[in-house]
Ligand binder design. Structure first.
Ligand code: ZN
Length: 302
């Protein structure tokens, strides 16, 4: 695997001395072609900078008379907070440079924030920003697998999972995450409220291209319905079968181990309510592991 480039702390300190440095960086990543887009109407034609105020623009497309005034942070997660951009950037940098993620408590300590709540809120806002709703559908060989969070981790015994599946609601107290990964490509992960065959099918249709060459899963019966639509092969873990030629789920296991170490090791207890946000963070980190500009990608997503 290629070397992962992450901005070091000295590089960060050099690049972002002031909030203005951060604002310039945000502009460069938000509007990379130099064309300012109005965050309210999406127009670019009648947007002018406000001469007397730095980092402020006015759009006369959506407000022909008065002009709609907006700042560089309008429509971003940095809006309406009492933290400066430099503090936000610091938090994002911390979150991205740690492979397993950082807890809000660590953020509070390192950043010297007075309240835990502030740190917690910032981390969650960043996670919401990193959620990728416009992903490209997965192609090639795709592995699909599911895991349960809360209580004990993925149960190796198919019978127990079958039981959970039959109930249609998952194991009590546990939440199902389903993920699909393209070999050599991206992962798409989703928290499912109901672990039904229908919900799994809907996820797969959403995440995976119809032109995929092969879908690999284990023997979980929830995937049986894939057969009609895709070329689907499975390995039977209950029979000790893990790799049969190209048919395996090793890639997705790698993603689960990252999620597992993060959620169990770093975040300890993650409530089902916020699990989708943590999943978004792990998905982003996985999908940008070879991205030389992961920090810039995060900033433009936020
Ligand atoms: Zn506008």
């Amino acid at each position: 695997m290629a070397r992962i480039h992450q901005m070091t702390i000295p590089e960060f300190e050099l690049a972002f001395v002031t909030d203005e440095d951060c604002a310039d960086y945000l502009i460069a990543h938000r509007w990379p072609h130099g064309v300012i887009v109005c965050p309210r109407c999406g127009e670019t034609e009648k947007v002018f900078s406000v001469k007397t105020m730095a980092y402020k623009w006015q759009c006369y497309s959506c407000a022909p008379d008065s002009g709609y005034r907006f700042s560089v942070i309008a429509g971003t997660i940095f809006e309406n907070t009492n933290k400066g951009l430099r503090e936000w950037f610091h938090v994002i940098h911390m979150m991205l440079t740690s492979k397993k993620g950082v807890s809000a408590l660590q953020v509070q300590r390192v950043m010297g924030f007075g309240s835990y709540r502030t740190a917690w809120y910032m981390c969650h806002r960043v996670r919401a920003g990193l959620a990728d709703e416009n992903f490209r559908k997965l192609m090639g060989i795709v592995e699909i697998d599911e895991t349960y969070v809360g209580g004990s981790w993925k149960n190796k015994h198919v019978s127990v999972r079958r039981q959970a599946h039959k109930g249609g609601r998952g194991t009590p107290g546990k939440t199902m995450i389903v993920a699909a990964v393209e070999r050599g490509g991206s992962v798409v992960a989703l928290v499912l409220d109901k672990a039904t065959t229908e919900a799994l099918g809907a996820f797969v249709r959403e995440a995976v291209s119809d032109h995929v060459s092969l879908i690999c899963t284990d023997q979980y019966p929830g995937y049986n319905a894939l057969a009609g639509r895709y070329i689907h092969r499975s390995v039977d873990h209950s029979k000790g079968q893990y790799v049969v030629g190209a048919i395996h789920t090793q890639t997705i296991e790698g993603f689960w181990s990252l999620v597992k170490r993060g959620v169990v090791g770093t975040f300890h207890k993650v409530s089902a309510k916020y699990l989708p946000l943590y999943v978004a963070e792990f998905q982003f980190r996985y999908n940008n592991q070879n991205n030389d500009n992961i920090f810039g990608a995060a900033i433009s997503a936020c």
